[in-house]
Design a protein around this ligand. Structure first.
Ligand SMILES: Nc1ncnc2c1ncn2[C@@H]1O[C@H](COP(=O)(O)OP(=O)(O)OP(=O)(O)O)[C@@H](O)[C@H]1O
Ligand SMILES: [Mg+2]
Length: 300
């Protein structure tokens, strides 16, 4: 991915670059980078940035009647026109989205329908999830009685910290926390039903919300394999790790190595990056019913 755009870069995240596109807009560009345990791996995952962008676009359209989205266009021709005829660098078509710049809510709005990941680790230790008491007897990949809003802090450095609802209220105020909770539970329920129809369990997902003109908007990425756990529904057996279509296989592969989770990361063999790329593309295509080859830009 070249980086020759004449726009000031305002942020470089683990996966995305943000550029100031003027008039209250940002150009958000999803790279092929992958992070695990908050460390960016050295090897890119082919097609990942296009999958994240296509999938976010798909979901933002699906959810438009529930919440406004900050997403303006991912069409490269429209982006170039909106930037006054500025040409997008080679390779950016399909991974660049023009968005409204939002005042981000300082919360990671996680919703969980199943017990997995850090929530499962916490439950095993203390019987709680984000500090909230849970029924006894739950297993890894157990379905929860009701989807739970389990926010975390949005750390600018280091790891996000899982918090309960009261702590979210302390962070962003009662009104914003309640609105975020209600919106995200509705978004999760909507997305989980759509995934179920495609044969997937959306075990959990993380939304990011931000204010545009004082209204909460859906921002960042939406129900992608980076921000969600996505399991093939027919292979979910409580007590076992489902063969996920998300980052989990990479985390599991890394967890089996003697690595202390600080940079530099271990080199990823080609079979790991290839399998991951194939799973990301499959997740998009099966969930959306669309082909990645119909999305903007070209594969590697
Ligand atoms: N519409 C928007 N307006 C302003 N900021 C946004 C918008 N959409 C997404 N963002 C922010 O852009 C960044 C996207 O970068 P990326 O996803 O790579 O970050 P990250 O690695 O998850 O977190 P960090 O930025 O802390 O490294 C996030 O900080 C996200 O909150
Ligand atoms: Mg992010």
């Amino acid at each position: 991915m070249t980086d020759a755009l004449e726009l000031p870069r305002v942020h470089s995240g683990k996966v995305r670059e943000l550029y100031d596109a003027g008039e209250g807009r940002l150009l958000m560009v999803a790279s092929d980078r992958v992070s695990a345990f908050d460390v960016i791996m050295a090897e890119p995952i082919a097609d990942k940035g296009r999958v994240l962008t296509a999938m976010t676009w798909f979901w933002s359209e699906e959810m438009a009647d529930v919440v406004p989205g900050c997403f303006l266009t991912a069409n490269p021709t429209e982006i170039e026109a909106a930037l006054g005829g500025m040409a997008l660098p080679a390779g950016w078509a399909g991974r660049a989205t023009l968005v409204r710049r939002a005042e981000m809510l300082h919360l990671e709005c996680i919703v969980r329908g199943y017990l997995a990941g850090q929530a499962y680790e916490e439950y095993e230790k203390s019987g709680t999830v984000h500090g909230m008491a849970m029924p006894a007897g739950l297993l890894l990949a157990s379905k929860l009685d009701e989807p739970m809003f389990t926010p975390s802090t949005k750390a600018t450095e280091g790891h996000d910290i899982n918090i309960d609802f009261a702590a979210a209220v302390d962070l962003v105020g009662a009104e914003a926390a309640l609105q975020a909770r209600d919106l995200c539970l509705e978004l999760y329920t909507r997305a989980a039903a759509r995934c179920a129809a495609a044969g997937f369990v959306l075990a959990d997902t993380k939304f990011e919300l931000g204010y545009v003109d004082q209204v909460l908007n859906l921002c960042d990425e939406v129900c992608t394999p980076d921000s969600s756990r996505l399991w093939p529904a027919d292979q979910v057996v409580p007590g076992t790790t489902p063969p996920a279509f998300d980052k989990q296989p990479l985390r599991d592969w890394l967890a089996a190595l003697p690595w202390d989770r600080t940079p530099p990361p271990p080199p990823l063999p080609a079979e790991v990056t290839t399998a991951m790329s194939e799973r990301y593309v499959a997740a998009y295509e099966r969930v959306s019913g669309r082909s990645l080859s119909d999305w903007y830009g070209a594969g590697p």
